[in-house]
Design a protein around this ligand. Structure first.
Ligand code: G6P
Length: 478
């Protein structure tokens, strides 16, 4: 049912599972918020300010009911999730069904009909909130796998809107996607959009192939023709738009004297190791943290890396801690780290510095600058922005990036040392090679990496997506 169109709504509405801020209630019941430093926020901030924008999303705590409020000229519209919604829609269907399914079933996806019911109900709530904010003919940009049904729900409510969707994680091959009991409904949900953006060409191609198999629609290259009743057709386009970071801001941050001094201090505090290796991830089973630490432990065991002269700093920021697979991963990683430090540590020296914490951007920039080799060994990753942050921080043209073939970034970042993280022996050889890369070769590679990361930043990404979206033809008759 079309909804009432607000005459004074917003011309650009972003819809994402999370708001760009985390909201909580103070003891006196008044709301307070902290900015979440995610890339999407930085990317869209200028676009939103220019375009009279609103952002619809969840504030991050269950049960919180809040009126819309303004931050830096952007209207933030909180969507309430009850604790039952958090359990079934967020932890359940989003992160225990879709997340593992879309990441090559690295962990087994769980299929529960009650989770699916909650997923539909919450997606409808997001669509209704967006429909209430959008001005006539506005552009609505929906983000990520948690909201795959929003495009179709929104089109039903507001056929006047131009709807874009960006998928931040991988889109799996048909053979895996086909396991989903609600595969047709999810595809139809996405096809409510005019433009569907994916990280890699392969993800867009997987989606188009899925459309051909689970619907009877016609596809041609990147386009899908959707029938909307008699004589009424709409064209949907599925194309790659690899996301990036605010590279210049990161580069500038890493050039500040404070960050440079902190980088030197980190090395001193670690005992001035000859080789400093670094891993930075959300503690997630897709990131290949266990594989990386295992390879490192074996290199110490074999004596190919010296346990006294080498340190691996592993930042693993807490994530989705109520989901069983994440709790299990934490136990496994911590057991492994404990073993390696027990076997190879000395008084005053631990070969693995494991930090189950999140750090501000300044500290991250200093860690990137301090590290000789950055280890990105994801088993599957939509893009991996940590790899890009490392490159953006290295204005000294030093350091080496070891990068898994199974990241979106690997399609783009020529100059990285590519690895298959499942091949532990191969990864050990590549780590040793990266550690001993000669200075000229490493500078050449880093320059090549920096050219790409600095020229293709997140502003270019959002500009390109929105330019294609707004130039798309609308529905046609006949
Ligand atoms: C990935 C997803 C995002 C998500 C982020 C953090 O990058 O693509 O949609 O927001 O992880 O996960 P969380 O569950 O804490 O939002």
């Amino acid at each position: 049912m079309p909804t009432d169109t607000p005459q004074d709504g917003y011309d650009l509405v972003v819809v994402a599972n999370r708001l760009p801020v985390d909201v909580s209630l103070d003891e006196d019941g008044s709301p307070s918020w902290t900015r979440s430093p995610g890339g999407l926020v930085t990317a869209l901030a200028p676009v939103m300010a220019r375009a009279d924008g609103a952002w619809v999303g969840w504030g991050g705590s269950p049960g919180l009911e809040l009126e819309p409020f303004d931050v830096d000229g952007t209207r933030l519209v909180p969507v309430t999730l009850t604790s039952d919604d958090v359990e079934r829609y967020y932890e359940g269907f989003s992160n225990d069904t879709l997340w593992p399914l879309y990441h090559d079933v690295i962990a087994p996806p769980a299929f529960h009909r009650q989770w699916w019911d909650a997923f539909q109900r919450v997606n409808r709530r997001f669509a209704e909130a967006a429909a209430r904010q959008a001005s006539p003919g506005a552009t609505v940009w929906v983000h990520d796998y948690q909201l795959q049904l929003v495009p179709a729900y929104l089109r039903e409510l507001r056929p006047d809107l131009r709807i874009g969707y960006f998928h931040h994680i991988p889109f799996p091959p048909l053979e895996i996607f086909a396991q989903l009991p609600w595969r047709r409904q999810v595809v139809e949900g996405l096809l409510g959009a005019d433009l569907l953006g994916f990280q890699r060409a392969g993800d867009a191609a997987n989606f188009v192939r899925v459309v051909r198999r689970v619907t009877d629609l016609t596809t041609r290259g990147q386009t899908i023709t959707v029938d909307e009743g008699t004589d009424h057709q709409r064209v949907v386009r599925a194309a790659p738009f690899p996301i990036s970071i605010d590279s210049r801001a990161f580069d500038a941050l890493a050039r500040t004297p404070q960050v440079q001094e902190r980088a030197r201090e980190i090395r001193r505090e670690l005992g001035d190791p000859e080789h400093l290796l670094l891993g930075v991830d959300r503690l997630d089973y897709t990131k290949g943290i266990r594989h990386r630490i295992k390879a490192y432990g074996e290199l110490l065991e074999d004596g190919r890396l010296s346990a006294t002269d080498t340190v691996l700093v592993q930042v693993a920021s807490p994530s989705r801690e109520n989901v069983g697979a994440y709790q299990q991963l934490r136990d496994e990683v911590e057991l492994l780290v404990g073993r390696i430090n027990g076997d190879h540590g000395q008084v005053g020296h631990t070969p693995v510095q494991y930090l189950h914490q999140s750090f501000p951007m300044e500290e991250m920039a200093a860690l990137y600058l301090a590290a000789d080799v950055m280890l990105v060994t994801a088993l599957r990753d939509g893009m991996n922005l940590v790899a890009k942050e490392y490159v953006a921080a290295r204005s000294d043209d030093r350091g080496a990036l070891l990068l898994s073939e199974f990241t979106g970034a690997a399609d783009e970042l020529n100059g990285a040392v590519l690895v298959n993280p499942h091949d532990i022996d191969g990864m050990k050889d590549k780590i040793v090679a990266a550690v001993h890369l000669d200075a000229r070769e490493s500078r050449k590679r880093m320059r090549q990496l920096r050219r790409r990361v600095l020229s293709h930043d997140v502003a270019a990404w959002s500009d390109e997506f929105l330019a294609v979206l707004t130039s798309m033809p609308g529905s046609t008759r006949g």
